[in-house]
Design a protein around this ligand. Structure first.
Ligand code: ADP
Ligand code: MG
Length: 211
């Protein structure tokens, strides 16, 4: 697979994700203020800055190694629900792939991430969580890979579906996580974790298009 995504892509993805999460820190804080405790933007910004500091130390030699580093760093540095959820997601993603990542590898990576989130948080679709972004992302990635798309196009399809999925959380009532305490008052706001998922997958697609 000449166009398989390598270590350079994974490194660029995580650095792009860090920059985008830093840029959208206030937006994620505001979204979490509306239906949670307002820490999501800070959690994600701090977590990904710590990940990039670890990447700068070097010593990682493949995509799975990058994903594993993200997992362990987010688990240890990020509190709240999102730290363990994203930590488990990246850990399962790292175990789901080997070597460079072709279109089917992109599917496996996203499937691993979603499986990890569901194993950890026990949410299903329609509960106004990050699952509502990862699930359509996986479906779109599967369709793109089956149609013979490149890894970059597969990631782009996943990222676009995640963004739509995040937007589609607005009319939903939260039934998992902190936002569920609000009951019907959670309706009318976009879920912060679904939003950060869309940014992270968009960064993955951007990085794939750039390498
Ligand atoms: P906390 O809710 O502990 O303050 P964060 O604010 O960092 O943690 O993250 C909140 C996000 O975590 C929510 O927007 C939602 O997407 C996600 N989340 C919360 N509980 C679950 C769950 N059980 N399954 C999946 N995602 C969840
Ligand atoms: Mg919060």
């Amino acid at each position: 697979m000449t166009d398989a995504l390598s270590l350079a892509w994974a490194d660029a993805w995580i650095r792009d994700a860090q920059a985008v999460l830093a840029e959208h820190r206030m937006e994620l804080i505001d979204l979490d203020r509306a239906i949670g405790d307002g820490d999501h933007g800070e959690n994600m910004d701090r977590g990904f800055k710590a990940v990039v500091a670890k990447l700068d130390e070097g010593g990682i030699d493949d995509v799975a190694g990058v994903l594993k580093l993200v997992a362990s760093t987010l688990m240890s540095k990020v509190g709240g629900a999102a730290g363990p959820l994203y930590g488990t997601a990246f850990l399962r993603a790292s175990k789901a792939i080997e070597g460079d990542v072709d279109a089917n590898g992109v599917v496996a990576l996203i499937e691993g991430a979603l499986d990890g989130i569901v194993a950890r948080g026990k949410a299903t679709t329609g509960e106004k969580t990050m699952v509502d972004a990862w699930t359509p992302a996986l479906e779109a990635a599967k369709a793109a890979a089956a149609a013979g798309e490149t890894p970059a196009a597969t990631l782009r399809a996943a990222a676009d579906a995640a963004a739509k999925g995040a937007e589609a959380t607005i009319p939903l009532q939260a039934t998992k996580g902190r936002a569920s305490y609000l009951g019907e008052r959670s309706i009318g706001h976009q879920d912060p974790g679904a939003t950060s998922t869309a940014y992270i997958l968009n960064a993955a697609a951007d990085a794939a298009e750039a390498v």
